[in-house]
Write a protein that binds this ligand. Structure first.
Ligand code: KG4
Ligand code: ZN
Length: 336
């Protein structure tokens, strides 16, 4: 089954053709990051406008790159939730138009289910059940992936998402949005142990909180400014990244052990972080748990992951009609 997938939930207009959930025939990602950087974050109205301008050429580009005509496509998958509502609506309405005009099936896909599915594209033998840590700009969840379309959340952030913490702490360090990859790079040039970053204490065993450590970074920078002292940015980046990595690893590894999983998976933009990847790899190796990470090209937003998840939704008969709407929020456990 060849699925044409469309993703427009945030600041990337993306389209892809994926075969049988596992093979990427094409993947086009048009990112708006440079424009949003000017404003220090994603401006929803600008994002929607750029999606509208780009969607036709991005979808055509995905078909061209796959050397396929639209007639050769079997179904259309689209991200319907969660995300920026105006941005999502562009993809959803374009997909609905294609489905209505062609009579091809329309498959709604949850964005975070898509991030998890990015791993199916990279690891051809990976099958549920497994435990997954979702770390993106908007989400931080520990999830049991019971089956391709069955999920159980066992922990989540109480405030900022991991990516949000990177972006906000990075802003205090003087990095432009999005700061995650810039902190990662700076941390490689720094050394640990200069700055104390507190680890939060939480009631929920597998819940997270990142707003405290973000505030700690802001305070370190402000205190130094007031005293006329210089902050060693690579060292601060290194201490911050190490703290986030340890918090994520402590909870994720103990959840994997307590729930008895032999396979652990990460996904989302922050799964590109070298500190997080290395620490988790080391800890899971010690525990004898197999650890899966997506390649860097599939960590951030893309449509190939939507095409992969779309295939497994289709196998379950999860199709939509012309009443399909976008939604800014939606629990990953909910069936469409
Ligand atoms: O998954 P994603 O592309 O979009 C959402 O669905 O949110 O994640 C974007 C987030 C941003 O916060 C960005 O700073 C972060 O992923 N990110 C990173 C790295 N690369 C991207 N964070 C830490 N280290 C990185 N190397
Ligand atoms: Zn995403």
């Amino acid at each position: 089954m060849k699925i044409l997938a469309i993703e427009s939930s945030c600041d990337e207009t993306a389209a892809s053709v994926v075969e049988n959930g596992r093979n990427i025939l094409s993947s086009v990602v048009n990112t708006q990051i440079a424009e949003h950087t000017l404003y220090g974050g994603v401006v929803p109205e600008i994002a929607s406008r750029r999606h509208l301008e780009n969607i036709v050429s991005v979808v055509d580009g995905a078909l061209e790159e796959a050397s396929l005509t639209f007639d050769e496509i079997d179904a259309i998958a689209v991200t319907t939730a969660p995300g920026l509502i105006g941005a999502l609506l562009v993809g959803v309405n374009y997909a609905k138009g294609l489905a209505l005009a062609s009579g091809k099936p329309l498959i709604p896909v949850h964005h975070i289910r898509g991030h998890i599915a990015a791993n199916y594209l990279a690891h051809k033998d990976l099958e549920p059940p497994f435990i997954c840590l979702v770390i993106s700009g908007g989400h931080t969840h520990i999830i049991e992936v019971l089956d391709y379309t069955k999920f159980n959340i066992i922990g989540k952030t109480m405030d900022d998402a991991a990516g949000e913490a990177f972006d906000k702490a990075g802003r205090a360090m003087g990095f432009p949005y999005p700061a995650g990859a810039k902190i990662d790079k700076a941390a490689k040039e720094g050394e640990r142990g200069t700055y104390k970053i507190p680890h939060p204490k939480l009631e929920g065993k597998y819940d997270f909180s990142f707003s405290g450590i973000k505030t700690a970074v802001v305070n370190i920078v402000h205190n130094a400014e007031q005293k006329g002292e210089k902050v060693i940015i690579p060292n601060l980046a290194c201490d911050f990244q190490s703290a986030v990595s340890e918090i994520l690893a402590d909870k994720f590894v103990s959840a994997a052990k307590e729930y008895g999983y032999k396979k652990a998976v990460i996904c989302g933009g922050v799964s590109a972080n070298s500190g997080v990847r290395n620490l988790l790899e080391e800890r899971f190796k010690k525990e004898g748990i197999e650890f899966f990470v997506p390649p860097l090209s599939l960590c951030g937003d893309n449509a190939a992951m939507i095409g992969s998840q779309g295939y497994y939704e289709a196998l379950q008969g999860h199709f939509a009609n012309m009443e399909l709407n976008a939604s800014a929020t939606m629990n990953i456990e909910k069936e469409f």
